[in-house]
Design a protein. Structure first.
Length: 85
């Protein structure tokens, strides 16, 4: 796909400087780290939930687990927006 886009830019008269600028991109590492942490947390919560049917034991603990889940999903979402911008 990038080859086709590069050929189209070349045919449209894009300079090598514009082409080099288009080739620059940010590292995807923050997204992979945030995604891996989110996956590990989801697996951990699943395992604990299967082993302890009353998990989380209190309403406060349930809110805590939900808050951590929301924070991890937001971190993954914001990191992909950062990478793509």
């Amino acid at each position: 796909m990038s080859t086709i886009l590069a050929a189209a830019e070349h045919a449209a008269g894009a300079t090598s400087e514009e082409h080099a600028k288009a080739e620059e991109h940010k590292s995807e590492t923050p997204f992979f780290i945030a995604g891996a942490i989110l996956v590990a947390f989801a697996i951990l919560i699943s395992v604990v939930g299967f082993k302890k049917p009353d998990f989380p034991a209190t309403a406060g603990a349930a809110r805590g687990v939900m808050a951590v889940s929301v924070a991890l999903v937001a971190a993954a979402a914001f990191s992909i927006v950062y990478v793509s911008a």
